[in-house]
Design a protein around this ligand. Structure first.
Ligand code: IMP
Ligand code: MG
Length: 174
């Protein structure tokens, strides 16, 4: 099926927002080191840009999860495909996500990570679709709240494509 992508948030809008988030995080974590945990693959573009805007010391780690049953949207039970390299105990951790949709993946993940005894654990997402929430998740830093549309770009994919778009777009089927 043919499709095209319409711009929802321009590259400039996204960059400006990430700069703001970086400034906010730098102020909130003044005098501390922040440990960013990226949820692959979607969170990777956002995390790199955000990390560059944070002025307190930063360390990074990555994890990859998939839901049992394949469809991330239908199940909240998460399987770790790639675990973190480093322990979290005593660290000030911020989980970096591309989007919070139903909230199922994040609520499961945050519970699992809090068992590893970080000093603090927060969640930062570039996008949030509040209308779609099924499971309550506390989001500490949000880039943009967006309407219930399927978006791509800045790490988000449709069938593994479009992650590399430097803006956020909506997929429209022709
Ligand atoms: P959850 O429903 O909050 O558990 O979100 C699960 C995952 O679904 C997200 O981390 C994304 O990878 C994916 N997802 C949700 N909405 C979109 C979208 O609009 N575009 C691309 N991926 C999405
Ligand atoms: Mg994701």
């Amino acid at each position: 099926m043919a499709e095209h992508v319409e711009v929802m948030l321009t590259e400039e809008e996204v960059d400006r927002k990430i700069k703001e988030l970086g400034e906010k995080i730098s102020a909130d974590y003044a005098g501390r080191q922040v440990h960013l945990v990226c949820v692959l693959k979607g969170g990777s573009f956002f995390m790199c840009e955000l990390a560059k805007r944070i002025t307190v010391p930063v360390s990074l780690d990555f994890m990859s999860v998939s839901s049992y049953g394949g469809d991330t949207k239908s199940s909240g039970v998460v399987r770790i495909v790639k675990d973190l390299d480093e322990p979290l105990n005593g660290k000030d951790v911020i989980v970096i996500e591309d989007i919070v949709d139903s909230g199922r993946t994040l609520s499961y993940l945050l519970e699992m990570l809090s068992d590893r005894k970080p000093n603090s654990l927060k969640l930062c997402t570039l996008l949030d679709k509040p209308e779609r929430r099924v499971v309550d998740v506390k989001v500490d830093y949000t880039g943009f709240a967006i309407p219930d549309e399927f978006v791509v770009g800045y790490g988000l994919d449709y069938d593994q494509r479009y992650r590399n778009l430097p803006y956020i777009g909506v997929v429209k089927f022709d």
